[in-house]
Design a protein around this ligand. Structure first.
Ligand SMILES: Cc1cc2nc3c(=O)[nH]c(=O)nc-3n(C[C@H](O)[C@H](O)[C@H](O)COP(=O)(O)O)c2cc1C
Length: 257
């Protein structure tokens, strides 16, 4: 496995939804397991566990989307734990993509009973991974291949386009891109949409996926900040929370220096 330039992968990655079901070799799986030790949380005080599960340990309704392996995340359900999970695991999406291994956040598959019982923490979400069925199309060749909202649609922040562009390209559940950013280049406030585009879907589930997606976008901002030799520190800003744009809910703020 190669050392990955996480920043450049933001502009190339793509969800892989069709897999070659041949399991990855033990050495590759050991290196992926090792990489899990490098995951950094957004909040140090939230306990999490990530387990590598095989297809037979997971209930997958859509057979076409089956993968040989899954990363299942479990967490203590503390404040902002969903954003924390999105933030932590998105590093794996970029790492796997950078090593030509496909991956995809998946809302519907669930670990089977045995795997669920293997952790004392709450099961949050799964990411599938494995060799892509169509390796030639697993990466995007240009930013124009991303179906995304424009920066002015998701942000009022001035002079921080190089950071917000990374958030703009982030994956989100159903590609809803539920995020909105305010503030300025040294303090960016993040909000997630309260709209529920899928009417037949339980609001609680959409809210859950939107918050995970927000954590993913926050991770992309921190990767971009690091690339431009800046630090990004997560904090909670009471004023920003009170001034949430209409239809949006405050998640957290990033101090950039
Ligand atoms: C929290 C979350 C849940 C997702 N759930 C599913 C899912 O259940 N099934 C699926 O095919 N894709 C799922 N996706 C992948 C999105 O459909 C995908 O990220 C989005 O369409 C953008 O495409 P891209 O990742 O290729 O850029 C999910 C993504 C996120 C972030």
């Amino acid at each position: 496995m190669k050392k990955v330039d996480y920043y450049s992968m933001i502009f190339k990655r793509k969800s892989v939804k069709r897999y070659d079901l041949t399991p990855l070799d033990d050495n590759t799986l050991a290196q992926i397991s090792n990489e899990l030790n490098n995951l950094k949380p957004l909040y140090d005080d939230i306990k999490t566990e990530v387990k590598i599960l095989s297809l037979d340990e997971v209930e997958v309704k859509k057979k076409k989307k089956q993968a040989p392996h899954y990363l299942a995340v479990f967490s203590d359900p503390k404040d902002n734990y969903l954003a924390n999970v999105g933030f932590m695991l998105q590093r794996m999406d970029l790492f796997l993509s950078g090593n030509d291994i496909g991956s995809c956040w998946q809302g519907s598959p669930q670990p089977k009973e045995e795997a669920l019982k293997s952790s004392d923490l709450e099961f949050v979400i799964i990411m599938s991974f494995g060799k892509p069925k169509y390796p030639d199309s697993m990466h995007r060749r240009s930013v124009s291949e991303f179906k995304r909202k424009s920066l002015p649609e998701i942000s009022t922040v001035k002079n921080a386009d190089e950071l917000l562009e990374a958030a703009r390209l982030a994956p989100s559940s159903g590609n809803t891109q539920p995020w909105f950013f305010t503030g300025d280049k040294s303090l960016i406030h993040t909000y997630t949409s309260k709209a529920y585009p899928k009417k037949d879907y339980p609001h609680e589930i959409i809210k859950r996926y939107n918050t995970i997606s927000m954590g993913i976008a926050i991770y992309h901002i921190t990767v971009a900040a690091e690339h431009f030799d800046k630090g990004a520190e997560i904090l909670s800003d009471k004023g920003a929370e009170k001034n949430a744009p209409e239809g949006y809910e405050y998640i957290a703020s990033l101090k950039i220096e």
